[in-house]
Design a protein around this ligand. Structure first.
Ligand SMILES: NC(=O)c1ccc[n+]([C@@H]2O[C@H](COP(=O)([O-])OP(=O)(O)OC[C@H]3O[C@@H](n4cnc5c(N)ncnc54)[C@H](OP(=O)(O)O)[C@@H]3O)[C@@H](O)[C@H]2O)c1
Length: 321
């Protein structure tokens, strides 16, 4: 084990980082060992990770010095930020800067920065087709990540810029699953028109990231996008109908209606879906299914993910199963 190279993984108790830690540790003969980073090494989740043989260390993205210690001696670093914990693009940028500084100081040979497009490259702040949020963003949780790419470049960190996709897990824990409408029928509600939308199982983000670390130099200083499938709202509804054994409809909600739904982040997500809809060709083209499958041969489809996870989807306001 001593000769294995260390991959330091942010967010190791969460979705993206958790998938990567499991992928590294599952490959017993592989070249890497995971160093799982958490704010609380004593938590139940952290203890479960330690049982896999991964190293578990404490650090906080707020605290650059703690990140430097956590990355020290590592071959690779998986860098992810946590927008939905604080809803602050400024904080997300600060965390990304801290991660890039720590990766540079540790001299890692390969960082993966989990990023998204800066939507303002497609739709400038003064473009009236979409409301501007917080005075300077169109899609704050995309823009702050895309803007942060430069921290890794400026510090000269050998980096793969990983464009991720919408998780199917959002149907479980993020309130985006089928809901019962006024007519009693189940429906998913997204402002996507009839456009294809890249999506993925979060576990597969970690597995693709593992594929990128294994391929090493091939992906350095490049942007790569990943998705399990590109599906329309109707295709998602059809998959849900097959899995749940009851009809699920897709409602094409206007972005303006979605933005006003009133839950935290509704405006940001309304803009995100509109951005994905209006630039669907570019958004899908940036996330090749073939590349994703080459990185992770176990890449799931929505049908496969639903077969494993449908019981976990809360059918809010729905009839008893
Ligand atoms: N939902 C989607 O469809 C989607 C799609 C693409 C991209 N994203 C992006 O994915 C990112 C989140 O990644 P995720 O879903 O893997 O996260 P997650 O499942 O919410 O897990 C994040 C983990 O990071 C740790 N953490 C939180 N704040 C921290 C801090 N200040 N310092 C150190 N660790 C911290 C927490 O672990 P401990 O409590 O153990 O410290 C938590 O378990 C967001 O920025 C989001 O925009 C989401």
């Amino acid at each position: 084990m001593a000769d294995k190279k260390i991959i330091a993984v942010m967010g190791a108790t969460g979705g993206q980082g958790g998938g990567l830690v499991r992928a590294i540790q599952a490959d017993k003969d592989g070249p890497f060992r995971a160093r799982a980073i958490t704010r609380d090494a004593g938590s139940a989740k952290a203890k479960e990770i330690a049982k896999t043989g991964a190293e578990v260390v404490s650090a906080n993205a707020d605290d650059e010095e703690s990140l430097k210690k956590a990355f020290a001696g590592a071959h690779g670093a998986y860098c992810v930020t946590f927008f939905w914990e604080h809803f602050s693009p400024e904080k997300e940028r600060l965390h990304a800067a801290n991660l890039s500084h720590a990766a540079a100081e540790a001299g890692v040979a390969h960082a993966i920065w989990s990023t998204l497009e800066d939507s303002r490259r497609f739709i400038p702040v003064d473009d009236p087709r979409m409301p501007t949020l917080m005075r300077q963003y169109k899609v704050p949780h995309f823009d702050a990540k895309g803007e942060s790419d430069r921290f890794f470049r400026e510090k000269g960190v050998p980096t793969t810029f990983l464009l991720t996709s919408f998780y199917w897990e959002n149907m479980i824990g993020f309130g985006m699953g089928p809901k019962k409408g006024p007519d009693g029928a189940l429906a998913i509600n997204f402002p996507l028109g009839d456009k294809k939308f890249p999506q993925i199982a979060v576990e597969d983000i970690g597995k693709c990231a593992y594929g990128i670390f294994k391929k090493g130099g091939e992906y350095l200083n490049r942007t790569v996008g990943i998705a399990g499938q590109h599906l329309t709202g109707n295709e998602m509804a059809a998959a849900l109908t097959r899995a749940l054994g009851r009809p699920v409809r897709y409602n094409d909600v206007p972005p303006d209606v979605y933005r006003k739904m009133g839950f935290p982040g509704a405006e940001d997500l309304g803009n995100m879906f509109q951005f994905n809809r209006d630039f669907a060709d570019a958004f899908c083209a940036a996330r090749s299914l073939e590349v994703s499958r080459a990185l992770n041969p176990e890449l799931q489809t929505l049908d496969q993910w639903l077969a494993r996870n449908k019981e976990r989807i809360p059918l809010e306001y729905a009839l008893p199963r």
